[in-house]
Design a protein around this ligand. Structure first.
Ligand SMILES: [Zn+2]
Length: 107
């Protein structure tokens, strides 16, 4: 349960500072395709966000579909994908050991 905190000038500024950290908003593709000309994506979005057993699910209420599921390990998986992009430049003699280490991590 989220505790409500009385908004003061200080908390208002803190909230604005937190919002500035957003680098890209998450939207439903279908909603963006249907976006009315007089509305912004923020005004038109109909999103529900909730915890799942292994992450956070973002759901479009309008289209009743999943927008994305942010797995608890999504940053970790992105790092592994990045490593795979450079796999060919890793010395061949290091690959078996690295492969074994990655397997032991379950990736
Ligand atoms: Zn939608």
């Amino acid at each position: 349960m989220v505790e409500r905190i009385k908004e003061t000038k200080e908390t208002k500024k803190m909230n604005k500072d937190e919002k500035k950290k957003i680098e890209a908003y998450i939207h439903c593709r279908k909603c963006i395709d249907e976006l009315p000309k007089d509305k912004s994506p923020q005004e038109f979005s109909a999103i529900e966000v909730g915890y799942t057993a292994d992450g956070v699910l973002i759901w479009c209420k309008r289209h009743d579909c999943k927008i994305t599921h942010l797995d608890n390990n999504f940053k970790y998986k992105e790092a592994v994908d990045l490593l795979m992009d450079y796999w060919d430049s890793i010395p061949d003699e290091a690959k078996p050991e690295l492969h074994k280490a990655l397997e032991s991590l379950g990736v």
